[in-house]
Design a protein around this ligand. Structure first.
Ligand code: 0O2
Length: 212
């Protein structure tokens, strides 16, 4: 496929990612402006590279004309939370929105992947306006804690380094690290209310200083 054709396909996805990052960042601001704890700590987004789309379509035997329908993560948003409990709150926020419609959900929290990967994935339909009119796209939203994100980033770079064939001894260490992440998230949950109180009073003070 010509590069110009790829651009035409991927441009609306870039717009969707930009819009959604702005919207989720604004949610953080709204919570903070109202002195409310934000279940969202950080937001990032990316559009899958052409080579990564081609690799996935080859791996899954998806014909090029079907990629927009069958590859659900061409547009990807990652929402990072402080605590495991926040993940449910973010899913509820998404469910309640009028600008996105949930297509499917994958819960890798209750059942982590074989690698040890934990995260909550939501595929949504999201509409953007293009010069050719409105276009409804699929976007994958990954929701995970800071600790889960740390693990996933390291594991992803090792997958890249070993071309998806991570040696067994490293895989075992990653699995042990995944258990440690789970334990850390549970420990942090047990002091969640204390941490939230401390952060709220810190935020109120920061707002007072900003108002002076
Ligand atoms: P990218 O863009 O490099 O992140 P499949 O790829 O077939 O396993 P599927 O059916 O497309 O999965 O959906 P799934 O399971 O929701 O996975 C999609 C994305 O979740 C992946 O995108 C990763 O970002 C993330 N992910 C899933 N499993 C793992 C894992 O074991 N480790 C890490 N670090 N991330 C994972 P891609 O396609 O890998 O591409």
């Amino acid at each position: 496929m010509e590069i110009q054709l790829w651009r035409e396909i991927l441009d609306p996805y870039e717009l969707a990612v930009k819009e959604l990052v702005i919207k989720f960042k604004h949610l953080i601001k709204e919570h903070r402006d109202n002195n409310r704890y934000s279940p969202i700590e950080q937001v990032e987004g990316r559009v899958k590279t052409i080579s990564s789309i081609l690799e996935k379509s080859l791996k899954k035997g998806i014909p090029l004309e079907d990629i927009e329908e069958k590859i659900e993560d061409i547009a990807g948003i990652r929402i990072i939370c402080q605590f495991v409990e926040d993940i449910d709150r973010v899913v509820e926020l998404i469910r309640g929105r009028g600008d996105m419609e949930i297509k499917s959900e994958k819960n890798y929290l209750a059942h982590s992947k074989e690698s040890g990967y934990r995260s909550y994935h939501v595929i949504v339909y999201y509409q953007v306006e293009t010069i050719n009119g409105p276009k409804k796209l699929q976007v994958e939203i990954q929701i995970r804690t800071l600790a889960m994100n740390f693990w996933a980033i390291i594991e992803h770079s090792l997958q890249y380094k070993y071309e998806k064939n991570i040696p067994e001894h490293i895989r075992k260490r990653l699995s042990a690290a995944a258990d440690a992440v789970d334990m850390l998230d549970n420990e942090m949950s047990s002091v969640r209310s204390e941490i939230m109180d401390a952060q709220n009073s810190f935020q109120i003070q920061a707002n007072i200083v900003a108002d002076i």
